[in-house]
Structure formats: structure tokens, C-alpha cells
Design a protein. Structure first.
Length: 305
């Protein structure tokens, strides 16, 4: 083999070796690049999963906040089926979030949990929407009932006020009628008499006291037998009793003397007498006349010694 052939052989071997080395370098470079690409893809997938998990977690928290905001209005619900459905869906979502946060699984498994989580949150969102709509509807219905009750209450108050006015007017009318039927008397007098039946000016010598008055005509009053009662009170405030008692405003009242006469709606004179059975003193005596449950007169008389 001559020198030129040796040179060609060596050049060929070098070229082949260089080519093989280049191929090996390219293979190694390509393998590293593939591994880097795979790592980058894995990291991108991890970031995407983490972002999806964060978004779904935030959405879940917002749904919880919306639901809990109207928790005190659950009294409007006729049953708690919506609340029960919500709690069941919420527990499923919380379970999936726990699995995603704690377990180390493949991205494929995590992606499946993300899809499951999206479906459960979608279900939860529908329940919350229905819940809030039901709360709103029932709340508006309740407000309507409140307004209706308020209107009815106002009407009842107005009716009660009208009834009260009518009752007052009827009472006033009844009282007017009663007063119209009340007997009227005039000329009330108190006179002392001695043992001979003559007028006695010295009260200390009186053996009898007489009260006289005139009953005026009154066509409104009912005719018939009328009971008249008198009360004579001494200057010391003592009632001269012995005449029995009568009823006045539901109470029993003691009197000095009592007399029954027939009243025919015409003027009639009436006199009542009381026999003295105690020592009388000078001073102001009070005379009261009653009939039909009314005090017809009250008058003061000064009796001298």
C-alpha cells in the first residue's frame, strides 16, 4: 500500500469516526431536548391543574358564601329538601378537593377529579340558584302576607274605632234617654217641728224633721209607683238613720226616710218626716233626695238654736 492509499484510508476512518461521533452527539442532544420538553409539558399540566383547582375552590367558596348569606331565611322554606341536597353536594365537592390537595396521583387521575369536581360544582351551583330563587319568592310572598295582615289590622282598627265611636254615641244616647226620664224636683226644704207639730225655729227643741219638695211634670218619665229616699246629715257628719236602705250604682246606701207615691207624669208635692231620737245641734244640715237610682237634689240648710 503506497503512501497515497494510506492517506485516503486514514481520512476515511477519521470521517467515519467523526460522523459516528456527530450522530451520537445528535442522539444525546435530542434525548435531552425530548426530556426537557416532557418536563415542560408536565410542569405546564401541573400548573393548569393547580389553576383549575384554585378557580374551582374559589367558586365553591363563593357558592358557600351565597348560601350561608340567606341561612337565617330558611324559616321561609316549607321543607328542608333543598338544604339537604345542598349539603350532600357540598360534601362531595369537599371530598374531591381533599383528594386533589392530599393525594399524589398522575395528572390523568387528577384531571378526572377536576372534571368530576366541575360537574359537582355545576350541580351545586344549580341547587344554590334554585335555593336563592325559592328564598326570594317565599320572602316576597311573606312580605305580601305581612302587608295584607297590616292592611287587615288597619281595617280592624278602623272598625274597632268606628265601633267604639258608635258605642260611645249609643251610651251617650242611652244616658240622654235616662236623663230625660229622670224626675226633676224643685222647692226642696228642711223644717223642724215641735211636739205639737208646729214649726220650731230652735233645732235643739225639734221633735220631728220634715223634708218637702215638688216633683215636676215629665211625660218622658214612666208613670207608676215611685220610691223617694231622703238622707239628712248633721253638722257633725252623722247620718240621721232608721229609714232603711236603697241601691245606688250597685251599692247599698242607708237613708233617713222613705216614701212611695203614685206618679202620673203630673206635678205632685211630696213630704217625708223623721222622728227625732237624738239631740240635734245647730249648724249646717245636708239634705239629699233620691229616686229611680238618681240623686235628684242635694241642698244645705242652716238650723239655728
Amino acid at each position: 500500500m503506497n503512501k497515497n492509499q494510506k492517506i485516503i484510508l486514514y481520512v476515511g476512518i477519521f470521517a467515519v469516526t467523526a460522523l459516528v461521533a456527530l450522530v451520537i452527539v445528535l442522539i444525546i442532544t435530542n434525548a435531552n431536548r425530548t426530556e426537557e420538553v416532557n418536563l415542560a409539558r408536565a410542569e405546564t399540566e401541573n400548573l393548569r391543574l393547580a389553576n383549575d383547582r384554585l378557580l374551582l375552590t374559589n367558586e365553591f367558596n363563593q357558592l358557600n358564601a351565597d348560601f350561608n348569606q340567606y341561612e337565617d331565611q330558611q324559616i321561609y322554606l316549607k321543607n328542608d329538601s333543598l338544604v339537604k341536597k345542598y349539603n350532600e353536594a357540598r360534601l362531595k365537592v369537599e371530598g374531591l378537593l381533599t383528594e386533589l390537595n392530599q393525594e399524589k396521583q398522575s395528572n390523568a387521575a387528577n384531571r378526572k377529579r377536576i372534571r368530576d369536581l366541575e360537574n359537582e360544582i355545576k350541580t351545586l351551583k344549580g341547587i344554590v340558584k334554585h335555593y336563592l330563587e325559592e328564598i326570594k319568592r317565599l320572602g316576597e310572598e311573606n312580605e305580601g302576607l305581612k302587608k295584607e295582615i297590616q292592611q287587615v289590622t288597619q281595617r280592624n282598627q278602623q272598625l274597632a274605632s268606628q265601633v267604639s265611636v258608635a258605642t260611645t254615641q249609643n251610651e251617650q244616647l242611652t244616658q240622654t234617654v235616662k236623663l230625660a226620664k229622670k224626675l226633676n224636683i224643685t222647692g226642696v226644704s228642711l223644717q223642724a217641728y215641735n211636739k205639737k207639730g208646729k214649726v220650731e225655729k230652735n233645732i235643739t227643741k225639734a221633735k220631728q224633721l220634715g223634708v218637702s219638695f215638688i216633683v215636676s211634670p215629665n211625660n218622658t218619665a214612666s208613670a207608676g209607683m215611685k220610691d223617694f229616699y231622703i238622707r239628712i246629715v248633721t253638722p257633725e257628719g252623722t247620718l240621721l238613720g232608721g229609714g232603711g236602705s236603697f241601691q245606688l250604682d250597685g251599692s247599698t246606701v242607708q237613708c233617713t226616710a222613705h216614701r212611695q207615691i203614685e206618679y202620673a207624669n203630673e206635678e205632685v208635692s211630696v213630704s217625708l218626716y223623721w222622728d227625732v231620737n237624738t239631740t240635734l245641734t245647730p249648724g249646717d244640715y245636708t239634705v239629699e233626695v233620691f229616686s229611680d237610682g238618681y240623686r235628684l237634689a242635694s241642698k244645705h240648710f242652716t238650723m239655728k238654736k
